[in-house]
Design a binder for this molecule. Structure first.
Ligand code: SF4
Length: 74
């Protein structure tokens, strides 16, 4: 069964999240609270930090619930 990822689009990076895979470690909300805030809708703002920092954080998600896609920026 493949997970259902929801896309949160930004200018330089899109963040994708599959709630069913999330292990609720809190790594994302503690690491980049301006990007990941579960009290806000949408809870992910892909432009709230640099694409570099978001990519680094997503790579630390322990469950695979977060992914990212970088965009070509001219
Ligand atoms: S870092 Fe990944 S597993 Fe942890 S709360 Fe965020 S999305 Fe869920």
């Amino acid at each position: 069964m493949s997970a259902d990822f929801k896309r949160y689009a930004g200018k330089e990076i899109d963040v994708l999240f599959a709630a069913e895979l999330c292990a609720h470690s809190g790594t994302c909300v503690r690491g980049l609270p301006r990007v990941f805030d579960v009290r806000r809708r949408p809870w992910v703002l892909a432009d709230a930090e640099s694409a570099e920092r978001i990519a680094e954080l997503v790579d630390r998600c322990p469950s695979g619930a977060l992914r990212y896609e970088r965009k070509e920026v001219e």
